[in-house]
Design a protein around this ligand. Structure first.
Ligand SMILES: C[S@@+](CC[C@H](N)C(=O)[O-])C[C@H]1O[C@@H](n2cnc3c(N)ncnc32)[C@H](O)[C@@H]1O
Length: 238
């Protein structure tokens, strides 16, 4: 039997509700966003910048007009990464307090680049079509079930402009198992499951890059650069 999140999530409604509850009690700080590991933020951003620079130097790069930050929290990635590369950024985040804090954290100067703050869960969010050059999702997709993640990725594809890409940066489980975190109500998927989900959603994984220099004991983190498959067909997940 193939492994998927239905094997570890018995009740989807409480899976989502428990995550809302968990994040409602977390301080709107960098440490809060990173589970007490605020110290890794710079290292994280450094490798993400390198990835974007390489992407812009590649054949058929995306434009630098518009990015979407998914599960944006207080806007850590928007502030330190996306506003450096893109003219405009939208944030989508389910916790409205974090978005309020993002307005302060991003600051008045960079604020001019922020077009929209969407306060909604990714499982219910549909990006406007043909809008974004890069859709960045980091440390949030473990809060979606497989089927919601696949639907989300399909709708993100429609939200991309020509040459646009989806970039995912996520923890990866060290075995072939899905790790369930009961505390924050999330799952950590193995690499094989992410790759299968990408294919099912009609996405081609153009790059898979490991984050460097994180402290020992943390999950391995990968960045994936995804583009719609040429024929743009979706497959059914078996
Ligand atoms: C680990 S934090 C990461 C924040 C940000 N991506 C970063 O790297 O700084 C996870 C964020 O995802 C948000 N989140 C959790 N479940 C979500 C969902 N279903 N839809 C949108 N955001 C969600 C949380 O409120 C929190 O802000």
């Amino acid at each position: 039997m193939e492994l998927d999140t239905s094997s570890v999530i018995d009740n989807e409604e409480s899976f989502y509700a428990n995550a809302v509850q968990y994040w409602s009690e977390i301080p709107a700080t960098i440490d809060g966003m990173l589970g007490g590991f605020g110290c890794i933020s710079q290292t994280d951003i450094r490798d993400s910048k390198l990835l974007l620079k390489q992407l812009f130097n590649s054949k058929e790069p995306p434009q630098k007009a518009y990015a979407l930050d998914c599960g944006a929290g207080i806007g850590r990635i928007t502030k330190h990464l996306l506003t450096e590369f893109f003219d405009k950024v939208d944030l989508v985040e389910q916790n409205p307090q974090f978005l309020n804090q993002a307005k302060l954290y991003i600051g008045p100067k960079l604020q001019t680049k922020i077009e929209n703050y969407y306060s909604v869960g990714l499982q219910s969010f549909v990006p406007e079509e043909n809008k974004y050059d890069v859709i960045w999702s980091q440390w949030v997709l473990g809060h979606l079930t497989d089927s919601d993640l696949i639907e989300f990725l399909k709708s993100c594809q429609k939200g991309l402009k020509p040459n646009g890409v989806i970039i995912i940066k996520e923890n990866i489980s060290s075995t072939n198992d899905i790790d369930k975190d009961e505390q924050d109500s999330s799952v950590t998927r193995p690499l094989s499951l992410y790759r299968k989900i990408f294919t099912t959603a009609g996405l081609d994984c153009r790059r898979q890059v490991k984050q460097r220099n994180f402290p020992k004991g943390l999950y391995t983190v990968y960045m994936f650069v995804l583009k719609p498959l040429p024929n743009n067909t979706y497959t059914n997940m078996q």
